[in-house]
Design a protein around this ligand. Structure first.
Ligand SMILES: [Zn+2]
Length: 642
């Protein structure tokens, strides 16, 4: 995850900031000396929980006017070399939707929460001094310059690495571990119960930093910190990542998500995203972090990840599909399917289109040109075209500007015996406006499997393949290297077929108010759009996807009403709950969530939404015990030739 910075190129302003913070009460005092270029007015935003106690320009008191969230102060041209703000307030306690939040277990002041006065288009340069009481430690974006502790608490100073977004400040009862000999130095700011994890996190972060420095170029900040959050988040900031204290112990966090957050220091922070023209950073980060780690473990794991992306995409109703260039940030699951996964797949296809060496060269060149600045998809295209030595406008246009994906199918085939072997002719069709595609194929013959590469750009292409031995079967795109819309026959039904669909009907079958309340809570978390409820009888008529949340004893009645085949492998009675999918005769997907009781259902609220890519998943409490995909057929790109 990544947050938008604030600044356009224009207005660079230096802030010399002093903060005195009491986490237990939330009380905060801020002095900000703002050095402005000469101007008549200064417009700035400031969080509503902060009060301007005093504002002076070179010692003369000023009174700002306020309109909505924006303040304005008149400076009459010559004055305004330095504005001195004295601010006081109380950081709001944690609540849903609040940008900044306080508490003795952690204070969170992200730059976009406007906790210092700054203009919307301002590039903030800053020096930040923070004082916190004993037992508390402060860490901020920017480079740590000095740090000292005494009986009065801790003082730490930070300086912006370069002008950009306003500083983000994090304070908590942290134990700090540091690996100074690493280049750059890495630190953990962990809650005390996480201290045993610090060493492994320091190792992992240092490893990822080395990896990306070698692949892309020098790390752009002086140090890197992993900061534990009282909130269930995983956020990337310049030079640090802020991760929920309950998330940090989970294995996927260190094994995969940490790499993603580390890489955002290059893509998203080191080179900022020019949001006016789409967000390329999530796709590239997903490809070089999440995907590359899968690739490290082997070709099979990499292919599994590509297939998962394709299945998730197949579950996206066409009405919710948008061109990749329109993706700006993840607001719901549907945006992730395109903005992260399809984008990562586009980088995968690009790597095959221009080759490994040109692909790496392009990214290093892109980094050198745009670090400490901002860049768009067009800048990426230019870097790849330079590295490839040929235009790639056709590639970027078809994958970025068009919604949707190629739909391929095989037409008729014919095998002829020749004097010295065989000739196979087979038609390969694209539905809709054709894409230009380079494709791998495998021809299985009596002598073994032969691999070929073909290029198609028309709605219909007849492939002509000669072989010495008799051909037996043909598979187009055997390793799933092409982003395409999978056919229903080659995609198992998954939870997302129901959870992403805006017309899903939700049915609750349970005997108590408590169960119904737990079911409604779960539906709200699981579905990507607000749930719409109806009775089971209505689901029987419906051709739309159905989510059924039920007690176990109701299962037989549900299967009969919806006319479902009994599930192949239902959860064993020792499991407290299960979720599994089925497809009805109409083609609509059904997701059944069955639980022993309301408590067993409540235990699913957090874990279940993470398993949208599965066909079935069975739980013992909140722990997933068994999961998997229903088996599928070979699909429309396989053909038996004899
Ligand atoms: Zn991200």
């Amino acid at each position: 995850m990544l947050w938008a910075g604030t600044a356009a190129a224009a207005d660079e302003v230096f802030h010399d900031i002093e903060v005195d913070l009491q986490p237990a009460s939330g009380e905060i005092g801020i002095v900000d000396r703002v050095r402005l270029s000469p101007r008549d007015t200064y417009r700035f935003r400031l969080a509503p929980w902060l009060v301007i106690e005093r504002l002076t320009a070179d010692g003369v008191a000023l009174t700002p006017t306020r309109r909505d969230a924006e303040y304005r102060v008149e400076l009459d041209g010559q004055a305004g070399a330095e504005l001195r703000f004295e601010l006081r307030g109380s950081v709001p306690p944690r609540a849903a939707g609040s940008l900044a939040s306080g508490g003795a277990d952690g204070v969170y002041l992200p730059g976009y929460a406007d906790w210092i006065p700054a203009g919307v288009d301002e590039r903030v340069d800053f020096a930040l001094a923070v004082r916190v009481p004993p037992g508390q430690r402060a860490v901020a974006t920017g480079n740590l310059t000095t740090e000292a502790s005494d009986d009065g608490g801790q003082r730490a100073h930070f300086a912006a690495a370069w002008p950009g977004e306003a500083p983000s400040l994090f304070v908590g009862p942290y134990e700090v571990r540091e690996r100074r000999e690493s280049e750059p130095p890495v630190r953990t700011y962990f809650h005390p119960e996480l201290a045993p994890l610090a060493e492994t996190y320091l190792d992992a972060a240092a490893g990822y930093l080395d990896r990306y420095e070698a692949q892309i170029g020098d790390y752009p900040y002086a140090d890197f910190s992993i900061v534990s959050a009282p909130l269930p988040v995983g956020l990337g900031f310049p030079g640090l990542t802020y991760v929920g204290r309950e998330v940090l112990p989970l294995p996927f966090m260190r094994a995969r998500s940490l790499a993603h957050e580390v890489l955002h220091n290059w893509w998203g922070n080191g080179v900022a995203v020019d949001y006016a023209r789409g967000n390329w950073a999530e796709g590239l980060t997903t490809y070089q972090a999440d995907y590359a780690l899968a690739e490290d473990t082997g070709a099979a794991a990499a292919r599994d990840m590509r297939l998962k992306w394709l299945r998730d995409y197949a579950a996206l109703p066409p009405g919710r599909d948008r061109p990749l260039v329109e993706f700006v940030g993840k607001t719901h699951d549907a945006a992730q399917v395109v903005g992260y996964n399809k984008a990562a797949f586009v980088f995968h296809m690009l790597r095959y289109e221009i080759g490994e060496a040109a692909f790496s060269r392009a990214l290093r060149d892109f980094w050198l040109r745009h670090r400490r600045g901002r860049a768009s998809w067009q800048d990426l295209e230019a870097a790849f075209a330079r590295a490839a030595g040929r235009p790639l406008d056709w590639f970027f246009a078809q994958w970025l500007e068009r919604a949707g994906a190629p739909i391929l199918e095989l037409g008729s085939h014919r095998v002829d015996a020749l004097a010295d072997g065989y000739r196979t002719r087979i038609e390969l069709r694209q539905r809709g406006e054709p894409y230009r595609l380079g494709l791998a194929l495998e021809l299985v013959t009596d002598d073994g499997t032969e691999r070929r590469r073909v290029v198609l750009s028309d709605a219909s292409t007849t492939l002509e393949l000669t072989s010495r031995a008799r051909p037996r079967a043909l598979q187009i795109d055997p390793a799933s290297d092409l982003f395409r819309r999978l056919d229903a026959s080659e995609t198992p039904t998954i939870l997302r077929d129901v959870s992403l669909h805006p017309e899903t009907l939700t049915v609750v079958v349970g005997d108590s108010e408590d169960f119904r309340a737990a079911a409604e809570e779960l539906a709200a978390r699981l579905l990507d759009t607000a749930p719409s409820y109806g009775p089971l009888e209505r689901a029987a008529q419906a051709s739309r996807p159905v989510l059924v949340i039920a007690t176990r004893d109701a299962l037989a009645r549900i299967e009969a009403t919806l006319d479902l085949e009994p599930v192949v492998a239902p959860p064993s009675p020792s499991m407290s709950a299960g979720a599994w999918t089925a497809r009805r005769a109409s083609g609509a997907a059904v997701l059944i969530v069955a639980a022993r009781d309301a408590a067993a259902l409540r235990a699913l609220a957090r874990p279940l939404p993470h398993y949208g890519g599965q066909s079935f998943i069975y739980f013992d409490g909140a722990r997933a015990r068994e999961r998997g995909l229903w088996p599928v057929a070979r699909g429309p790109l396989y053909r038996q030739l004899d």
